[in-house]
Design a protein around this ligand. Structure first.
Ligand code: TYM
Length: 322
């Protein structure tokens, strides 16, 4: 089994990214893993090149600080092999299916100045996955459509040109697969919200800031602690977060509380305790940029070597290499 996943550096990473993705990448396993900063995915809408470079570095450090095997971490654009199968998959995908992708529908369709990459980037994401022969794609609850497309493209490519790609399986988080915004608990907590958004817990927020944000989370006026996503999205989100921090199923967490104040306080403590070691490791790495450069170069070289046979096989199958 091989696992692949990426994080787009489109903002400062959130608790949602940690619970839905990073923490799971760090789970011990014997299988090879490839975890990258998807910097090429952060250019599908207007972007600031300097901010992209800063966020790419920060995200790479956070992947390392989260305890992933060091050799598994790299930056996507440092491995040019990602772009090559992306084009082959653009030659496999249909305009119809790309038009149905949610990001394009919501942010780009019908606008002449939409970047072409907002339309085609799902092919790049499919390439990211198929390039490593991944059979497992650990992601949070918002990536289903993308992984589904990667599966469809792998199946179509294999059917048309002969068996080439492994058809990957999506692997969802069991708890906190979709952490909600603390102030708008019907929406997901998103790193691309403005930096100052008070409903977004950032992985590098100080303990004080994390506590303050949790204590101000929106709940409801019903005052009973119960896990009920439809009727009580704010309380349910806190229960999911505390459950993910403590390893206790959220429904059981609910049974332990009678007041929102106590639930918030323990959730704040849980989040701070969860993130503090990652923040400490981040500070160590940030203080040693040469070591980080070496780790990322090693990750890049390993990924490049691993991807080569798969890329060659795809090039041969489609008629670009003999
Ligand atoms: P991105 O950068 O939006 O999110 C990175 C990972 O974090 C998860 N996630 C969440 N999980 C729980 N609650 C949330 N509120 C939350 N927000 C985000 C996401 O599900 C994801 O696992 N296109 C991808 C990046 C990508 C990729 C790939 C992923 C590029 N190539 C190949 C997997 C395989 C993205 O923008 O994720």
């Amino acid at each position: 089994m091989t696992a692949v996943s990426g994080i787009t550096p489109s903002g400062h990473l959130t608790l949602g990214n940690y619970l839905g993705a990073l923490r799971r990448f760090a789970e011990p396993t014997d299988e090879p893993g490839f975890y990258f900063v998807a910097d090429m995915h952060a250019m599908t809408t207007r972007h600031d090149p300097r901010r992209l470079a800063v966020l790419t570095r920060e995200t790479a450090l956070l992947l390392l600080a989260a305890g992933l095997p060091e050799e598994s971490v790299f930056i996507q654009s440092a491995v040019p092999a990602h772009a090559q199968p992306a084009y082959l998959l653009e030659c496999t995908a249909y305009v119809g299916e790309l038009s149905r992708m949610v990001q394009y529908k919501e942010k780009g369709r019908g606008k002449p100045m939409t970047r072409a990459s907002l339309f085609t980037y799902p092919c790049l994401m499919a390439a990211d996955i198929l390039l490593y022969g991944a059979d497992r794609v650990p992601v949070g609850g918002d990536q289903d459509q993308h992984v589904e497309l990667a599966r469809d493209l792998a199946i179509r490519f294999n059917h048309t040109y002969g068996q080439t790609f492994v058809v990957p399986e999506l692997q969802r988080a069991t708890t906190a697969g979709r952490v909600r915004d603390l102030l708008t608990p019907t929406a997901k907590m998103s790193k691309s919200d403005p930096d100052e958004a008070a409903g977004v817990l950032r992985m590098l927020d100080s303990p004080d800031v994390l506590r303050r944000k949790v204590m101000r989370a929106v709940t409801d006026s019903d005052a009973t602690v119960r896990h009920d996503e439809g009727a009580k999205p704010g309380v349910t989100n806190l229960l999911e977060i505390l459950g993910a921090c403590t390893g206790i199923p959220p429904v059981e967490v609910a049974a332990r509380y009678t007041s929102y104040g106590d639930l918030k306080k323990d959730t704040a403590d849980g989040v701070v305790a969860l993130l503090e070691p990652v923040q400490a490791r981040y500070a160590e790495l940030a203080a040693d940029p040469d070591s980080v450069d070496k780790l990322l170069a090693a990750g890049r070289d390993r990924a490049t070597a691993f991807a080569k046979p798969q890329l060659d096989a795809a090039m041969r199958a489609i008629g670009l290499m003999s």
